[in-house]
Design a binder for this molecule. Structure first.
Ligand SMILES: [Zn+2]
Length: 228
């Protein structure tokens, strides 16, 4: 008996269970095979593990087990990252809404200072901008609470932010936009980014209304968790 045999068996078995699970083996598989040939214990262990694995696999694939999984399926709780994304989206929306309200109550975010003719026309344009900002802020908050709304919001906001960027560049070139105004566009730009990221989360992306069955493993996913 060699001293390191125990360690070798342990390493070999770790590699073999990775192989059974279809994962990357931590050591070269040639070395593992070599060990298998020389170690009857590990051969027996590997045979048993393979049998166990196929038994579990066939049990899980059987009809009664699938029905049990269906019944036991619970909504996947959002991970910390997903929750953080939703918070970020909600906060961006709240800031955007606050900016809109501020604008509605007469705070100047650099829009009027660029219009030298304080005409009624310019005032109405400001109101339109306020209404739009308030709407995007409110829907961003709604999408933070109900992520299912994120895809629609993401579509609208990404096109909006793309066009807005174009106008900011054009208007900046001719000195028609103030730094304060550009900064005031940040919340909606961030809301667009966060809405896109929320959209990419599996709970939103892969979810038709109701439940989703996937590859025999039933997943019941809801885009909104009960805690929301
Ligand atoms: Zn061994």
């Amino acid at each position: 008996m060699r001293d390191n045999e125990g360690v070798e068996c342990q390493v070999a078995r770790e590699a073999l269970s990775a192989r059974i699970d279809g994962e990357r083996e931590p050591v070269p598989s040639l070395r593992v095979d070599e060990h298998l040939r020389s170690c009857p214990d590990c051969r027996a262990w590997f045979d048993q593990a393979q049998q166990m694995n196929s038994l579990v696999g066939s049990l899980l694939d059987s009809e009664p087990a699938r029905r049990l999984q269906e019944q036991a399926a619970v909504p996947t709780p959002p991970s910390r990252y997903r929750r953080a994304l939703r918070w970020a989206l909600g906060i961006a929306g709240a800031v955007q809404l606050a900016l809109a309200l501020g604008q509605a109550f007469g705070l100047d975010f650099g829009m009027l200072s660029t219009t030298h003719h304080g005409t009624a026309h310019a005032a109405h344009l400001l109101n339109e901008s306020t209404a739009w900002s308030a709407a995007t802020g409110a829907v961003a908050i709604a999408a933070a609470v109900r992520p299912r709304l994120a895809p629609g919001l993401a579509c609208v906001l990404s096109v909006y932010v793309a066009l807005l960027t174009y106008y900011v560049i054009i208007d900046d070139a001719i000195g028609q936009v103030t730094v304060a105004r550009i900064v005031s566009h940040l919340p909606v730009a961030l809301a667009a980014v966060f809405a896109l990221l929320v959209w990419r989360q599996p709970e939103v992306r892969d979810t038709p209304p109701g439940a989703a069955a996937e590859g025999g493993h039933l997943k019941l996913l809801r885009s909104d968790d009960p805690a929301a």
